[in-house]
Design a protein around this ligand. Structure first.
Ligand SMILES: Cc1cc2nc3c(=O)[nH]c(=O)nc-3n(C[C@H](O)[C@H](O)[C@H](O)COP(=O)(O)O)c2cc1C
Ligand SMILES: [Mn+2]
Length: 494
């Protein structure tokens, strides 16, 4: 059985496992139980993509064709309405209407106080209720969805998953979200991007030693673990300890059956596997978070060595696409929190950081000598913190509001303040790459500085840069009068 939260405490009142999270979502109106029979092939995918696009409550498919007793939960941290990040706030034990920038500040504080996990015995771990080994291993027994009918190359067991790997030199346990495509009953392919991500770097070490790499895929762990697994942590940092910090209590973990990897004891399912040196297989194509499909590529192949799961396991699905999805919604909180902490650690003061999809970081600050350049070098030093480009705006611009950010670029950017840095990115999922960039896995990075230069004298600013809007165009007295009479003018509904 799962370790009860009373035994460990859940610190900030975060849900202790996926099932508790689903209850929290339901109470907050953020979950829809889909009782009608739904096909795991294409149909669940089509529904959950529309839910993303309409920012509806997360669907829980209770009646999946061919798989009685198994369910699929989708869009678990996708965009909501009116509060975009409602489900992420609930995952963190907070009010669903917590404003985005407050959410980022809270995450920032919690990331500064990591909490190491606690190892529990196999009998205490819900993820081991059923253990399948040898001939009983068959990935086809499970309701893994084929998401996009005309874009995806197959069924995906992992989209909203956590992949556990261990650094063979230091013992560092890395947990990260990487997509996994089913190949046959006991093989899957995994997208481990070699240059940008920790998983690819760890695999290189095993392959250099000519050793198989143990790997374990968690499906449906507690939500704090998923938030940590998508965050660009520093090299050597265990995401499971960051997850403990997010929860305010240690994450119960348990040892795998066929390796020394440790996984979340509360997970719905754990797929243990190994990657043999140099074993590659086609992965993809896959409709991705860039809002475009990503090509098929040779990727590492994993051979399943054991599957453990809860009775009646709940599978999970992230449904990537334009413009918002689980990745964009949670990374727009987690990545800025991590980035702002890093800037703070380097003594760089900025007002706010946000990530607009896909992968554009927006930083508001009081422009200063060399400040923007130092922010760029600090953020680009960690792959994934700033992937595509950075937009600098003045402090009066709301970084979370696309319209405000675009207005700042369109009205304030001197075209001479548009820069590129050649060859620092490594993400090959972008649709705009030239064949050469794809081949070299080296991408340019853009910098848009839409701030007014810090050295302009006040007199020059006053003459040219005052904002023309309600806030700045009238005295407080006139604005108060107009607001007081607003209903009288016939605008009570606005
Ligand atoms: C839904 C979702 C799917 C993702 N899929 C992948 C993937 O297939 N490959 C990848 O390299 N990163 C993927 N990511 C991004 C990584 O999870 C993220 O960059 C994380 O910080 C990587 O962890 P690492 O630094 O330990 O490698 C995905 C993120 C999300 C939210
Ligand atoms: Mn990592």
């Amino acid at each position: 059985m799962a370790v009860k939260k009373t035994e460990l405490g859940t610190g900030f009142g975060c849900p202790a496992d996926l099932r508790e999270y689903l209850e929290v979502l339901e109470r907050a109106g953020e979950l829809r139980r889909v009782k009608a029979e739904v096909d795991w092939q294409y149909e669940a995918g089509a529904i959950s993509r529309l839910v993303n696009e309409r920012r509806g409550p997360a669907p829980l498919f209770e009646n999946v064709k061919d798989y009685p007793g198994q369910q699929i939960a989708a869009v678990l941290m996708g965009p909501s309405k009116p509060a975009l990040h409602a489900r992420i706030a609930l995952a963190l034990g907070l009010d669903k209407n917590t404003p985005t920038l407050d959410l980022i500040e809270i995450v920032r504080a919690r990331l500064k106080t990591p909490c190491d996990p606690v190892v529990v015995r196999k009998e205490q771990a819900a993820c081991k209720e059923v253990v399948l080994t040898g001939k009983d291993i068959d990935l086809n027994k499970f309701a893994f969805p084929w998401i996009k009918e005309t874009l995806d190359g197959g069924r995906y067991l992992g989209t909203w998953d956590i992949v556990a790997l261990r650094d063979p030199d230091t013992g560092w346990l890395n947990w990260a979200t990487y997509r996994c495509m089913v190949k046959d009953g006991n093989h899957f392919a995994i997208l481990l991007m070699p240059a940008a991500q920790h998983g690819g770097a760890i695999l290189r070490k095993y392959e250099a030693m000519g050793k198989p790499m143990p790997i374990a895929i968690m499906i449906g762990a507690n939500p704090a673990c998923h938030l940590a697994a998508v965050t660009a942590m520093d090299h050597g940092v265990a995401e499971v300890s960051a997850a403990g910090g997010l929860m305010g209590s240690p994450i119960p973990i348990v040892r795998c059956e066929t390796s020394d990897l440790e996984v979340a004891a509360s997970a719905e399912m754990v797929i243990e596997a190994e990657i043999l040196p140099g074993d590659r297989v086609d992965e993809g194509p896959f409709g991705e978070y860039t809002g475009h499909s990503a090509h098929r590529e040779k990727c590492p192949q994993a051979r399943v060595t054991c599957i453990t799961h809860r009775k009646n396991p709940i599978h999970t699905m992230a449904n990537m696409g334009k413009p918002w999805d689980d990745a964009a919604a949670n990374m727009s909180v987690m990545t800025p929190a991590q980035a702002k902490n890093r800037l703070e650690a380097h003594g760089l003061a900025v007002k706010a950081v946000y990530t607009l999809p896909p992968d554009v970081m927006v930083v508001s600050l009081k422009s200063g000598p060399g400040l923007q350049q130092r922010v760029v070098s600090t953020l680009t030093s960690v792959p994934r913190l700033a992937m595509r480009g950075i937009v600098f705006v003045d402090e009066d611009v709301d970084v979370t509001d696309v319209e405000d950010v675009w207005w700042a670029i369109a009205s304030r950017m001197n075209p001479e303040n548009f820069d590129t840095i050649k060859g620092i990115g490594a993400n090959t999922l972008y649709p705009w790459l030239t064949p050469e960039m794809r081949e070299r896995k080296q991408l340019p990075f853009f910098i848009i500085d839409a701030t007014f230069p810090y050295h302009w004298p006040q007199e020059y600013r006053d003459a040219h840069t005052k904002v023309s809007d309600f806030k700045h165009g009238w005295t407080e007295e006139t604005k108060r009068k107009v607001l007081a009479r607003w209903k009288e003018y016939g605008y009570g509904d606005l």
